[in-house]
Design a protein around this ligand. Structure first.
Ligand SMILES: [Zn+2]
Length: 183
């Protein structure tokens, strides 16, 4: 690592279908061209496997980590650390990132809100810690086609906080979002 290595924290958040993975690919490609070493990782308990694939064609393999604590040794090998699906890491993630971002650049991607419209704590904390303006992406509302959709509307009746699969969700704006009534 040279003295010119970037450091700090960039946070990219938004609902499902807001283009987070396209943004991930853009950052990845930029730092690749800049000849930085890039560590790409995601939490192991996430059910979609290690591949990170965007609709526009970016594809990379992420290292699956069992815990946020595991990030400390993982990050030590890289100039830039990219974390995908950060909302699914355990709650020690913000503290771990606070250590790593002093030495290297951390770029975090994750969902803003859960299916009830409640912030994911990891993301809310990381957004407060960001050293650059948070990139808050929006999607197109599945109901009224507003381009300001911030919510991930679950289309099934499951009540687990984590239910993956794009087919189970559609983006909704504040007006069209219908929080589950059972909770
Ligand atoms: Zn709408």
């Amino acid at each position: 690592m040279t003295s010119h290595s970037p450091r700090g924290l960039i946070v990219v958040t938004g609902p499902m279908f807001s283009g987070k993975t396209e943004e991930l690919g853009r950052h990845y490609t930029r730092f690749h061209i800049a000849k930085k070493t890039i560590g790409l990782c995601k939490p192991h308990d996430h059910r979609t496997g290690s591949a990170i694939v965007s609709r526009s064609g970016f594809r990379a393999e992420g290292t699956l980590l069992n815990s946020a604590e595991g990030l400390l040794s993982f990050a030590s090998a890289y100039d830039v650390v990219i974390i995908d699906e950060a909302q699914f890491f355990d709650e020690s993630l913000p503290a771990v990132v606070r250590k790593i971002m002093r030495e290297r650049l951390v770029i975090v991607f994750g969902l803003n809100l859960d299916f009830q419209g409640v912030p994911f704590t990891n993301m809310a904390m990381l957004m407060a810690m960001a050293t650059e303006p948070v990139v808050y992406l929006t999607a197109v509302c599945g109901k009224c086609h507003s381009t300001r959709a911030l919510y991930s509307q679950r289309l099934t009746s499951e009540t687990d906080r984590i239910v993956t699969g794009f087919a189970n969700y559609e983006p909704r704006c504040l007006t069209c979002f219908e929080p589950p009534t059972s909770t």
